[in-house]
Unconditional design. Structure first.
Length: 260
């Protein structure tokens, strides 16, 4: 009986240690550049606070939120606020953002033209097919006089009212857009996917969003965890002078600016 009690006591102790160890591990889902690179700058800062940072790579814009909602991640870092709000509404995920980190301006890229004046009737332009980035891309085209859209937040290609150049707008998954450059005249591409494909926004974009874009990329967590010690430590790390200096030195030349 004493041996049994001793064994149970040890088991409880080991279980408690495992929970404690888990509490000190922060698992963050990230998409390609620059999210992973920014988190790697934050990693040693979290280590100083007693936390281990583990990064999980994703190549799309849906699974990081699903994985977070299901409890497989502590946080994710890949999206802007309008996208997060739309995903919450569509899938009832109960996620929230806790820190604005940087802004990645959308840009129009091409391997066939150098300026908007070269666009001809019937030319194909590809844009992201997710609701928020798609609307954001179309508004960029509208701002530069290529199309006119209906009023509204989440507009799509079906909401084009005027298209003076007769452009054919093709909606595709955001990650595929760099590969479409060989098939279309131009594509509106998110900065992370553009950079991954070797495109530098400040150098290669024909047109680009202004720096005052409201689409700041954020750290997202479950609503129930927003005030947890681990999340607070994560926010402190990504808002550190070290992360700010990295963004200014390494990312601003590529068109990415800090949002804090």
């Amino acid at each position: 009986m004493k041996k049994l009690l001793l064994g149970l006591t040890l088991l409880v102790c080991f279980a408690s240690q495992a929970v404690a160890a888990d509490d000190k591990t922060i698992v963050v889902g990230v998409t390609p550049f620059p999210h992973k690179e920014i988190m790697l700058v934050a990693k040693p800062l979290l280590e100083k606070e007693g936390y281990t940072l583990e990064l999980k790579d994703f190549s799309d814009y849906v699974q990081p939120n699903v994985a977070l909602a299901e409890g497989h991640l502590t946080a994710n870092f890949f999206q802007h606020i309008p996208y997060l709000e739309n995903m919450n509404k569509e899938k009832n995920l109960k996620l929230t953002w806790v820190a604005k980190v940087h802004i990645e301006p959308l840009g129009l890229y091409s391997k066939k033209i150098k300026s908007l004046d070269e666009l001809k009737a019937g030319d194909m332009v590809s844009v992201p097919n997710d609701p928020t980035n798609g609307a954001r891309a179309l508004r960029l085209l509208e701002k530069h006089g290529l199309i006119t859209l209906k009023p509204g937040e989440l507009v799509t290609a079906r909401d084009v009212l005027d298209n003076p150049k007769g452009l054919k707008i093709v909606e595709l998954e955001a990650a595929q857009l760099p590969r479409t450059l060989v098939d279309v005249t131009a594509a509106v591409i998110n900065t992370n996917f553009a950079t991954e494909a070797g495109l530098i926004p400040s150098r290669d974009a024909i047109i680009i969003e202004a720096e005052d874009s409201p689409f700041a990329n954020v750290i997202a967590v479950r609503e129930a965890d927003k005030d947890s010690p681990a999340v607070k430590a994560l926010v402190k790390a990504v808002h550190s002078p070290e992360v700010k200096a990295y963004i200014v030195k390494e990312l601003e030349p590529k068109g990415i600016v800090a949002a804090f």
